[in-house]
Design a protein around this ligand. Structure first.
Ligand SMILES: [Zn+2]
Length: 422
């Protein structure tokens, strides 16, 4: 059962500095040193074989908004995108601020049985930023991190307490960095295009002030705060300087923020509306630089499904966010194609990078670890058709895009959970 021989693939395993063509063996769902007798052979010639990809920032919407997405549809999209593990954000209904909701999510994920669902618990009760959630009991229920994503804890004393508790329970604090006094009514990056288009401006400073605060709090508590979806050049600079001083701070970037700019808002298409907003080319370039020099350790999608009727409204009124799981790898491989990152560097942002931040024994092909494996073809050209998506929602700006690079097989604990039809 779950025995495989993955033959002649180009194995890239950044956690073990492996970058070589060789066979990979799976035995009883674990990576093995020797092939199991009678194992199923998978021909990986011409393909890249990596540890199963991890997306540390997705919204699965269950419980509460199963019209937008469910754990089943979201994890199917993850598998199609090459992801074997996803971290789901706690802004569900009810919020994942208690052990019961975490248990429900884990139980649903186990029933669906596609990819690993690693829940994040809330920092504050009902993500209201007023009172700490029971972080110890969330930890016992199995969360890998705490986050109020979608919201940002404005009260720095409360955030300090959260960071100190998180330290006791060895959990990273994932922060959606937004000073909400600076973003009241804001929908678009504050700069040239929001002025031309008459949209309320969202200054980069709204993010940078909180990133800077988090650096100070991480230093004060001597504990790890992770800044989610960095979008501005200033944020990258602040994180870079802090890391140089040894502060326990980390960051992720989303493909839309380094692929698109605020100029895309010209047509008022709400599929370009996200939080934080698309910014300038200068910011996108800074994110890519941050990925290249190690300032940004992970790439994540911020997969945020919304129903068509919610997005088909005036720009000001539409909810923030787009789908991401199925386009994320190809949009990121574009950085390799234009030689901004090497392929092993990119693979690390989806494997060893997020695993390190989350302190999970994933993102590696070490013998004895769970056989979570992704097979990809970085040169495969394809067109993204949102009508073929696994998601229940359709909110993507990338429909019809010609992309290069694709996952072709996703393996979780030695079980092939998705493969491209040939
Ligand atoms: Zn967020």
């Amino acid at each position: 059962m779950n025995d495989l021989i993955i033959r002649h693939g180009h194995v890239i395993d950044p956690a073990n500095q492996v970058d070589v063509v060789r066979d990979l063996f799976v035995r009883d769902g674990k990576i093995a040193a020797e092939p199991a007798p009678g194992a199923t052979v998978v021909d990986a010639k011409g393909l890249v074989v990596t540890p199963g990809l991890i997306d540390m920032h997705v919204h699965l919407r269950e419980p509460g908004r199963s019209d937008k997405e469910t754990i089943e549809t979201g994890t199917r999209g993850a598998a199609m995108g090459g992801f074997t593990s996803v971290v789901c954000m706690p802004n569900t209904s009810p919020a994942a601020d208690n052990s019961g909701t975490i248990a429900l999510i884990k139980q649903r994920a186990a029933t669906v049985g596609l990819v690993n669902v690693l829940p994040a618990g809330a920092i504050t009760k009902n993500l209201e930023g007023k009172e700490l959630a029971p972080i110890g009991s969330l930890k016992r229920a199995g969360v890998v991190a705490i986050s109020d994503d979608g919201y940002c804890v404005q009260n720095s004393e409360l955030m300090r307490g959260a960071t100190q508790y998180a330290k006791m329970f060895n959990l990273p604090v994932l922060d959606h960095c937004e000073d909400t006094n600076l973003t009241a009514d804001a929908v678009a990056h504050e700069g040239y295009w929001n002025t031309v288009l008459g949209l309320h401006g969202w200054p980069s400073a709204a993010e940078e002030i909180i990133v800077a605060r988090d650096v100070v709090l991480a230093e004060l508590a001597d504990w790890h705060i992770h800044c989610q979806h960095l979008s501005s050049a200033g944020s990258v600079r602040i994180v870079r300087e802090a890391k140089r001083r040894g502060v326990k701070i980390s960051a992720e970037a989303c493909p839309h923020h380094f692929t698109l700019t605020d100029e895309c808002l010209k047509g008022y298409d709400t599929n370009f509306k996200m939080n934080p907003p698309l910014r300038t080319q200068h910011d996108a370039d800074a994110l890519i630089e941050g990925l290249a020099d190690g300032t940004i350790e992970a790439i994540a999608s911020d997969h945020a499904p919304h129903c068509p009727y919610e997005k088909e409204v005036e720009f000001d009124k539409a909810p923030f966010g787009i789908l991401g799981l199925e386009t994320e790898l190809a949009l990121s491989l574009a950085l390799v194609h234009k030689k901004a990152l090497t392929l092993p560097q990119l693979v690390e942002k989806f494997t060893a990078g997020p695993a390190r931040i989350l302190r999970v024994n994933k993102g590696t092909l070490s013998v004895g670890t769970d056989a979570d494996i992704t097979l990809m073809d970085p040169a495969r050209e394809w067109t993204y058709d949102v009508h073929q998506t696994a998601s229940l929602s359709r909110n993507t700006p990338f429909h019809g895009w010609k992309l290069k690079g694709k996952a072709v097989m996703t393996i979780v604990a030695g079980r092939i959970v998705w493969q491209e039809k040939s």
